[in-house]
Ligand binder design. Structure first.
Ligand SMILES: *Cc1c(COP(=O)(O)O)cnc(C)c1O
Length: 402
């Protein structure tokens, strides 16, 4: 197999070309669609070849936990898309987050993180890391003064999500990355909400980017997947051996689905954003109607970090809108149960519009005071806007708000 466009050529392609062709590596059959190599292992022409591959002295695959041709195509396409030196695929987004943190942290280390995070990320920082003697300091991500205070002391890792799940806080990537580097920290960003189409954090100096590919990259509700993107030094010193020996490997079949997802990612994200802007505009105008109290979207001028969001996210607000009703949990449940088109589900970035009640599902483990602190009230809902007709979605929300 030697029919892959060299990286330095692919790097010069425009975004759409990278998404469709980046990383493609044809077999001798000359297939146009990427081949699925469902194999756990690989045979060697001789014992000497086996020895050389294990020593890293000869090119070639050895075992699919360590590398697989289909998975490698997905990794290469992700790296090209983001302009990252390297990408490694994982079985889920959480495997990517976990690996990016655990591969580098050790007892006595200190993490500074934004407070509003995906529920399972909070579990890693709140429950797993402290068990190994790693301390975690939280800040309100949108408040640069808090980052400055927290990063006056040395830190090893800065972890953040922007826009944050589910509250849509937007964090200034350049400013926080500069502060983090002065404190000696490696910046790990969960870039799921922005997608690599809208925001490329390495351009702001972030060191490691993680994705749940389950979300927009698959984008069609078919499979789980994740990715860690980083530089060569981080890969050699931390990530490579950690991934090889702990085994959060992505199935070649899922890698193939994700390759297909990447081909249409730009088209879908563009439509997601258009629809989300229309839905957010409707909700913003409907405040006060029925029990609707608030709506938030980084693309709305009323969002507290609207200008920063547009500057950092290619002028778009993303695919997620939030809304809040009066009447607490009962009020939220009533609205959700009245929806006829939009599904109640906790995924996001899917072609189907999905609504989530974070405080009873994705963030239920977070103690109530901490939930309130980050803005996840009982009447708060997250709406992942899909690819349906925006008018149909608005009509569904309109009748559900009542
Ligand atoms: C979904 C999500 C994850 C976890 O991804 P999985 O693929 O479900 O493991 C992590 N971070 C964010 C921001 C997410 O939305």
């Amino acid at each position: 197999m030697a029919r892959r466009t060299p990286r330095n050529v692919a790097d010069k392609w425009k975004l759409s070309t990278k998404l469709v062709r980046g990383g493609t590596n044809r077999s001798d059959f000359g297939e146009t669609g990427e081949a699925i190599f469902m194999t756990s292992g690989f045979r060697y022409d001789s014992a000497e070849v086996a020895e050389a591959r294990f020593k890293g002295e000869a090119e070639g695959f050895t075992y699919s936990r360590l590398g697989n041709p289909t998975t490698a195509m997905f990794e290469e396409r992700m790296a090209i898309l983001e302009g990252a030196p390297l990408a490694r695929a994982t079985a889920s987004g959480m495997a990517a987050v976990h690996a990016a943190l655990m591969c580098q942290l050790k007892t006595g280390d200190r993490v500074v993180s934004s407070r509003a995070l995906f529920g399972s990320c909070r579990y890693i920082l709140d429950d797993i890391l402290p068990r190994f003697g790693v301390s975690v300091t939280y800040v309100d991500g949108g408040d640069l003064n808090q980052w400055e205070d927290a990063l006056r002391a040395p830190a090893n890792v800065v972890f953040l999500e922007t826009p944050a799940n589910p509250t849509l806080d937007v964090i200034d990537l350049k400013a926080v990355t500069d502060l983090a580097h002065k404190a000696g920290a490696c910046v790990v960003i969960d870039n799921v909400f922005a997608t690599p189409i809208l925001q490329r954090p390495m351009e702001y100096g972030c060191d490691v980017v993680v994705y749940s590919a389950t979300k927009h990259i698959d984008g069609q509700g078919r499979c789980l997947g994740g990715a860690v993107l980083c530089g060569q030094d981080f890969f050699d010193r931390h990530l490579n051996q950690y991934l090889r020996h702990t085994g959060p490997s992505l199935s070649p079949f899922n890698a193939w689905l994700l390759l297909k997802g990447l081909e249409t990612l730009e088209l879908r994200v563009t439509r997601h954003c258009e629809n989300a802007a229309k839905v957010a505009g409707f909700l913003d105008g409907a405040k006060g109607q029925g029990r609707l109290k608030a709506a938030s979207y980084p693309g709305l001028p009323s969002h507290p970090q609207h200008n920063l969001a547009l500057a950092q996210m290619s002028g778009q607000g993303g695919s997620v809108v939030t809304l809040e009703v009066e009447g607490g949990r009962a009020g939220a449940f009533k609205l959700m149960n009245r929806l006829e088109l939009i599904d109640i589900s906790n995924n996001l970035g899917d072609s189907k519009s999905l609504v989530t009640h974070p405080s009873s599902t994705t963030h239920q483990r977070l103690p109530a005071p901490e939930r309130e602190r980050v803005g996840i009230t009982e009447g708060f809902m997250r709406l992942s806007v899909g690819l349906e007709d925006a008018g149909d979605l608005i009509a569904d929300l309109d009748q559900a708000i009542g």
